[in-house]
Write a protein that binds this ligand. Structure first.
Ligand code: IZC
Ligand code: ZN
Length: 404
C-alpha cells in the first residue's frame, strides 16, 4: 500500500453508496483503534489495527478522530469583489431582499464579477479552495449566477472547470443563470427567462459546462411558476436539478422541488409541512444551510422534522459574498446540532455521504470504505462529539485528498 493511517483513536463514518435517511442517517460506523490503508488514491483497507499491514508512507494519527473529507454541497464560490459595503445596511436592519430590490445584493456581485477576468476569478477561487481544504473540505459544489448573461456565466463556469483541474479539491459545477433578473432586463423578465431557456442553457449544455441547474425561487426573484418553466427546460436539456426554495418566504418551493423531481432542495427555512412531506415522498435531498440562518438572523430549517419524516438531510456552507461569507463547514456543523437539533452522527452523515449524494458523487466519496476515494480528515479531537461541541476555531489537523 502507498499510505497507512495508524493509531486512529476513533474512525467515524457513514456507510453506503446512497443518501441515508430517517434513523439510518444517525447510524454511523465507529471503530476504535482503527487503521486505514490507501493504494492509488483509493481506500484499500479500513478496520481494526492490523500490525501485518505495511506501506511506503505511515502516518501516526496519535489517537485522533478520523472522518471522511467534508463535502460542501452548496457554494457560490466564484465571484468578483465582496459586499462589505452593504454590511452597514444589514446592521441598520435592511432586509436581504430589500437590498436586492434596491439593485444591490446579488446584482452588485454581478457588476463586480462581470468586471473581473477569468484568470483573476481562478486565482481568487484557488486561494479560497486552499483555505477551505485547511478546514477539512475536499469536494465543493460551485454555482454560477453572477454573470447573468451568456459570456459571463460561461466565464464563471470555465473558471470552475479550471479550478477542478488545478486544485486538489474536486469541483462539481452548477449553472445558476436563474439567480436574479439582471438590471438590463428589469421590467422585462419574460425576455430574460426566454434568453435563459432558449439560448444560455442550450449553449451551456452543449459545451458540457455544468452538470446541474439551480434556480432562486423566492419572493421578488423567480416565482414558482417561472421556476417550473426554467427547471422543466433544464431537465429537457439533460441537467440534473437543484432549487433554492423557501429561504425567506414560504411560497411552495419545497412542493415545487418535489414536483420537478429535483435531486436536492436547498435552504428550506420556511418550508411548509406539506412541502416537507412532498420531499419525503419524492426522495428529494434537503440541503440545509444553517450558517445563512445565522447570518441573516432567520429561523433554522426544521431539520429534526425532516429527518423524522425520512427526508435525507445534507448540510453545507452556502458560501457567498452576501448571505454567508463563511466557507468553514465546521460552523454550519455546530449550528446543525445546536439549532437544528441534529445529533453529531446525523450531522456527520449530512456533511459527508448525504452531501455527496446531493451532488451525485455517492458512489465515490462521502464515506471511508474500501474502493472509495481516500478523502480523509484527521481532527484535533479524540472523539466525534468534540468537533461539534467546540466551535469558532479550526479543529482540523490534517487533510488527505486521494491519499495525498
Ligand atoms: O450573493 O446573495 N441566497 N443567493 C441566494 C445568494 C444568497 C447569494 C448572494
Ligand atoms: Zn445559495
Amino acid at each position: 500500500m502507498d499510505l497507512l493511517l495508524k493509531n486512529i483513536g476513533v474512525l467515524a463514518t457513514p456507510v453506503g453508496t446512497a443518501a441515508q435517511k430517517g434513523k439510518a442517517q444517525g447510524e454511523i460506523l465507529s471503530i476504535d483503534n482503527a487503521m486505514i490503508g490507501v493504494k492509488d488514491g483509493r481506500i484499500e483497507y479500513v478496520g481494526p489495527a492490523d500490525e501485518s499491514l505495511t506501506a511506503s508512507e505511515i502516518i501516526d494519527c496519535e489517537n485522533a478522530l478520523v472522518t471522511p473529507g467534508l463535502v460542501d454541497a452548496h457554494t457560490h464560490l466564484i465571484f468578483g469583489g465582496w459586499r462589505q459595503n452593504e454590511f452597514g445596511l444589514k446592521l441598520a436592519g435592511v432586509p436581504y431582499l430589500d437590498i436586492l430590490r434596491q439593485g444591490g445584493g446579488i446584482l452588485s456581485t454581478v457588476d463586480s464579477t462581470r468586471a473581473e477576468s477569468e484568470k483573476n476569478l481562478v486565482k481568487k477561487g484557488y486561494d479560497l479552495l486552499e483555505e477551505m481544504m485547511k478546514h477539512g473540505t475536499t469536494t465543493v459544489e460551485c454555482k454560477s449566477g453572477y454573470g447573468l448573461d451568456y459570456e459571463n456565466e460561461r466565464k464563471q463556469l470555465l473558471a470552475a472547470q479550471e479550478l477542478n483541474k488545478i486544485s486538489p479539491v474536486d469541483i462539481v459545477s452548477t449553472f445558476m443563470g436563474a439567480h436574479a433578473i439582471p438590471r438590463e432586463y428589469a421590467g422585462n423578465r419574460e425576455a430574460y427567462i426566454d434568453l435563459l431557456c432558449n439560448e444560455m442553457m442550450p449553449a451551456i449544455a452543449a459545451e458540457n459546462l455544468a452538470e446541474f441547474c439551480d434556480i432562486f425561487c423566492e419572493t421578488a426573484v423567480f416565482s414558482p411558476d417561472e421556476s417550473r418553466v426554467i427547471l422543466a427546460r433544464a431537465a429537457e436539456l439533460g441537467f440534473r436539478l437543484k432549487a433554492h426554495v423557501d429561504e425567506i418566504d414560504p411560497i411552495g418551493g419545497a412542493e415545487l422541488a418535489a414536483e420537478m423531481n429535483c435531486l436536492s432542495a436547498e435552504h428550506l427555512i420556511a418550508a411548509s409541512d406539506e412541502g416537507i412531506s412532498a420531499l419525503s415522498e419524492k426522495g428529494v435531498i434537503a440541503v440545509l444551510l444553517p450558517a445563512t440562518s445565522f447570518y441573516l438572523g432567520k429561523p433554522y430549517a426544521r431539520a429534526r422534522k425532516m429527518i423524522d419524516e425520512n427526508v435525507a438531510v445534507a448540510v453545507a456552507t452556502d458560501f457567498n459574498p452576501g448571505s454567508s461569507p463563511n466557507f468553514n463547514m465546521q460552523l454550519p456543523m455546530n449550528l446543525a446540532c445546536l439549532y437544528g437539533r441534529m445529533t453529531p452522527a446525523e450531522t456527520l452523515t449530512a456533511v459527508t455521504l448525504n452531501a455527496a449524494a446531493a451532488i451525485g458523487r455517492e458512489e465515490t466519496i462521502g464515506s471511508i470504505e474500501a474502493g472509495k476515494q481516500a478523502d480523509l480528515v484527521i481532527w484535533n479531537a479524540s472523539d466525534l462529539d468534540m468537533i461539534f461541541y467546540r466551535y469558532g476555531s479550526n479543529q482540523v489537523k490534517k487533510v488527505f485528498k486521494r491519499g495525498k
